[in-house]
Design a protein around this ligand. Structure first.
Ligand SMILES: Cc1cc2nc3c(=O)[nH]c(=O)nc-3n(C[C@H](O)[C@H](O)[C@H](O)COP(=O)(O)OP(=O)(O)OC[C@H]3O[C@@H](n4cnc5c(N)ncnc54)[C@H](O)[C@@H]3O)c2cc1C
Length: 550
């Protein structure tokens, strides 16, 4: 396979030479470093590379160039290589321009000249960006193939699982696809029993359950030890933060998570308001980075779901989906929230067959050039609409109230208004989902009465509920199921009778000593990535205090 390309652009030959030398020195083994003396020459090069289907990982352009500025070049380069990381090289005086370009040219970073020493000012930034690019890059296909039906719930679950866990695969929709039919015939597989997952070595899993698939693709299902200092349930921002801080501070930490790390944030195409990422960060990248960070500090991850919690003296036992148990001194509950299901006729039957909860980013490509419907007026719905608008010909946002302003951040509303293929339908509700094998129509009720529209993809964001039904009654919660912790455990000034400790519960401690709560699942929490990260980190301080009492 051709080495991915790093393209440096500058009209000043001596600066260009210096950039190229620095790039070659650090990245020359893995990447091919190319150069261009102007924006136009660089665009011509990109056009040729595109025709030859060569991968481009990074564009590093000077801002001040005659004819075409760096910002203009980077903006036009999106057309050829939208996934390449775009970096602007600026003089200090151009910093304002660079910040503005984060929005207009969607540049990923700007660097100010001079960049000496590159070990401090150039390589850390570029290496980080190249890691992100690599995570999304799919080299010419050599691995897993999934053959199934687009409208099958089982197929959706398998694809979603592989995508969420960053397992590269190629999907073949069996409908009207001769290649898929041929592969099935050659492997003597029954086209009525789908999905099928085919491995490079010729092995096949027919309609696998996710545990089976996880084990086959090398995800860990069994804990290495029987006992840990801390077991974290959920690897969303809260659980990941607890894992990073816990493991880095010497706690022997196990994280239980059935999906890919990142939680709800992982389903967000871009988180714009998380501190330190001026051009936003795709939620999946944030999850992947935090997972790497926690693993580096020694945290262990299991691809499992927690199904029960048992307390025995000072030991806590978390039961797992496959019937096994792990034990610890401390449990950190960070299972977040799950999307509420739509309660309209047809919704249950068509879930995963055209109706999807949350962003289901894996479906975006399948929606290419189709009309997509999104219900919900909060930020998550806005982000999803913007993401799907890149693929679909039209995105209709169905909103019960006057419009988006009451519930959505202004920056998202502005973006939506600027996106010509997004239409907002206020005062409108979806009242029925119609279809036999898959979603075919939506029945709506709007200001003009009831009407039906053809629809194949409908994404639902109508609020979320905590997934706490599996916990024992001794873990107290509010009427909606959110977990009570710290001062919230006092009702009418009194702690629950079950609390037998001489001390007050710690700030993020549940009604059972040594069981802590962090993130969206906590009663009264702020539903944001930053606050979940904050709670996960702070909770670890209380874990230390709790363990010090042993
Ligand atoms: C589409 C979308 C866009 C968003 N955009 C933004 C944004 O731009 N800015 C912002 O600040 N916030 C945003 N949010 C909100 C933000 O993502 C959440 O507030 C944050 O992720 C909460 O983190 P958490 O760790 O508490 O829970 P979650 O992110 O919900 O993670 C919980 C994890 O626990 C796992 N889990 C659940 N039950 C179990 C169990 N029984 N056993 C094991 N694991 C379990 C889940 O699989 C999940 O991975 C967005 C949310 C969505 C859905």
């Amino acid at each position: 396979m051709a080495r991915p390309i790093l393209l440096a652009v500058d009209d000043d030959i001596s600066v260009l030479e210096a950039v190229v030398q620095d790039l070659r020195r650090e990245y020359g083994q893995i990447y091919r470093v190319m150069r261009a003396g102007s924006g136009q020459a660089a665009l011509d090069t990109l056009a040729q590379l595109k025709t030859r289907q060569e991968p481009v990982a990074l564009l590093l352009s000077d801002q001040r160039m005659p004819g075409m500025t760096g910002v203009e070049f980077l903006e036009r380069a999106i057309e050829f290589y939208p996934e390449a990381r775009r970096v602007l090289l600026t003089a200090y005086a151009d910093t304002e321009v660079a910040i503005r370009a984060i929005n207009t040219a969607r540049i990923h970073y700007y660097l100010t000249k001079p960049w000496d020493p590159p070990e401090e000012k150039l390589y850390p930034v570029l290496s980080d960006l190249l890691e992100d690019w690599k995570a999304g890059y799919r080299p010419p296909f050599e691995g897993l193939r999934v053959i199934g039906h687009r409208w099958s719930l089982r197929d959706h679950k398998v694809r979603n699982f592989l995508s969420q866990n960053h397992v590269p695969y190629r999907w073949l929709d069996v409908a009207g696809n001769e290649e898929a039919v041929k592969i099935l015939a050659e492997a003597r597989l029954d086209a009525d029993k789908l999905p099928v997952v085919l491995f490079a070595d010729g092995a096949a899993l027919v309609d696998p359950d996710l545990d089976e698939l996880a084990a086959r693709v090398g995800l860990r299902m069994k804990a290495e030890q029987e006992f840990y200092d801390m077991v974290v349930v959920g690897a969303g921002p809260a659980g990941l933060a607890a894992a990073v801080y816990g493991a880095s501070e010497g706690l022997h930490t196990l994280v239980i998570e059935p999906d890919a790390p990142g939680g709800q944030a992982g389903s967000s195409s871009r988180i714009e308001n998380y501190l330190g990422f001026p051009s936003g960060v795709p939620g999946a990248d944030l999850g992947r980075r935090a997972h790497t960070q926690a693993t580096r500090f020694g945290a262990e991850f299991l691809t499992q779901r927690a199904t029960g919690l048992r307390i025995d003296g000072q030991y806590r036992f978390v039961q797992l989906g496959d019937g096994r148990e792990v034990s610890s001194h401390v449990v950190m509950l960070a299972p977040g929230v799950q999307y509420r299901k739509l309660e309209i006729p047809g919704a249950e039957r068509l879930a995963g067959r055209g109706i999807y909860y949350g962003a289901a980013l894996v479906e975006a490509v399948a929606c290419k050039d189709e009309e997509v419907f999104v219900v919900g007026g909060a930020n998550s719905a806005g982000q999803a609409a913007l993401h799907f608008a890149k693929f679909a010909c039209k995105v209709t946002m169905v909103v019960r109230g006057d419009g988006l302003s009451a519930t959505m951040s202004k920056y998202l509303i502005d973006e939506i208004e600027k996106t010509s293929n997004i239409v907002v339908e206020p005062h409108t509700q979806v009242v029925e989902a119609v279809g036999e094998e898959r979603l075919e129509k939506l029945k709506m009720r709007g200001p003009q009465g009831e009407y039906t529209v053809p629809a194949s993809s409908f994404f639902v964001f109508i609020g979320a509920a905590p997934g706490t039904g599996w916990l024992p009654d001794s873990i107290l919660r509010d009427e909606k199921g959110f977990l009570l912790a710290g001062p919230d455990l006092r009702i009418d000034g009194k702690l629950p009778e079950s609390w037998r400790e001489a001390r007050e519960p710690f700030l993020l401690e549940s009604s059972v000593p040594g069981v802590f709560v962090a993130g969206d699942v906590r009663h009264g929490s702020v539903k944001r990535v930053a606050s979940a990260v904050g709670e996960g980190s702070i909770a670890v301080q209380f874990v230390h205090q709790y363990l010090a009492g042993f």
